[in-house]
Design a protein around this ligand. Structure first.
Ligand SMILES: NC(=O)c1ccc[n+]([C@@H]2O[C@H](COP(=O)([O-])OP(=O)(O)OC[C@H]3O[C@@H](n4cnc5c(N)ncnc54)[C@H](OP(=O)(O)O)[C@@H]3O)[C@@H](O)[C@H]2O)c1
Length: 259
């Protein structure tokens, strides 16, 4: 980790992305923050600069749009960060046919197009430099099949599979790629207007973990192309993929919200 100099993080104003920003800053790695909300970007940038002797730049872009995807790709090519973290993401609860198609298009842009384009841009110079770290934030939900949250689960499964295969392809260039697959994490994810009826208290506390501990485990295991943080989540993944587990997952996911 000590050899890295510049990290570009999407979704850097909250939750998991923000935790990466502070973790890198502590290691004296310069930061580029990307998210939509300008005020949050300004505040975090100022706080990071006040606390650490690093440079911080920030860019407001909406990665659910085609323009946002293009801008991110151009930014990566221009700045050439040696760490790229794609954490920007969101849930849109509801059944596939009940949601307006715009929800699916936005999710495909943020969870698939933005990640594939920015990764492609980053690899163009990382291969030459023979150095790089790319972390794409997936979800435990993408690894557990079941009825419900069709687009969220499918796009997160794509991120996991894409990153896992790519990691093997680019290992020879000393580039590490990781799909991070967290379970329930205390962040702003469940606080958006789409989750008005969601109550964290409905889910046992032991299922939840902090964004900081997710990021800690991710960065301690950059050689793992798929990382499910916490033994408990790895156990859930294992059980959920047994026949009995698939039956239970199917029943519970119909009524639950994505993670
Ligand atoms: N929290 C969980 O339980 C959990 C579990 C598994 C996986 N994940 C995944 O973890 C990732 C990070 O989520 P989080 O839990 O940290 O949620 P969060 O606290 O809501 O943070 C999301 C970040 O993404 C940014 N963002 C959202 N929509 C965006 C867009 N259209 N364009 C650009 N930036 C956007 C947000 O900033 P702005 O709103 O200012 O744009 C914010 O910085 C997501 O990919 C999520 O799917 C979360």
């Amino acid at each position: 980790m000590d050899s890295y100099k510049l990290a570009l993080i999407t979704g850097a104003t909250d939750g998991i992305g923000k935790a990466y920003a502070y973790k890198f800053a502590k290691k004296n790695i310069n930061i580029i923050l990307v998210a939509r909300t300008l005020e949050k970007l300004e505040n975090i940038s100022k706080d990071l600069k006040d606390k650490y002797s690093i440079t911080v730049e920030y860019y407001s872009m909406d990665l659910s749009t085609d323009t946002g995807v293009d801008r991110l790709s151009v930014l990566v090519c221009e700045k050439k960060p040696d760490i790229l973290v794609n954490s920007a993401g969101f849930g849109r609860p509801g059944r596939f046919c009940d949601l307006d198609f715009i929800n699916h298009k936005e999710m495909l842009n943020a969870h698939v197009n933005a990640i594939v384009r920015s990764t492609y841009s980053a690899l163009s110079y990382m291969k030459e430099d023979r150095c790089g770290l790319i972390i794409n934030v997936s979800s435990l939900a993408g690894l557990i099949s079941g009825e419900g949250y069709t687009m969220y689960g499918s796009t997160k499964l794509f991120i996991k599979d894409f990153s896992d295969r790519l990691a093997k392809e680019v290992k020879q260039y000393n580039i590490y790629v990781q799909a991070l697959c967290p379970g329930f994490t205390y962040t702003g994810f469940h606080d958006t207007s789409y989750y008005q009826t969601f109550k964290r208290s409905k889910y046992p506390k032991f299922l939840w973990q902090s964004a900081e501990s997710v990021v800690e485990e991710s960065l301690n295991n950059t050689n793992k192309s798929v990382l499910i943080p916490r033994t408990l989540n790895r156990f859930i993944y294992f059980v959920a993929n047994t026949s009995f587990g698939k039956f239970i997952a199917n029943k519970s996911m119909k009524s639950s919200k994505p993670i």
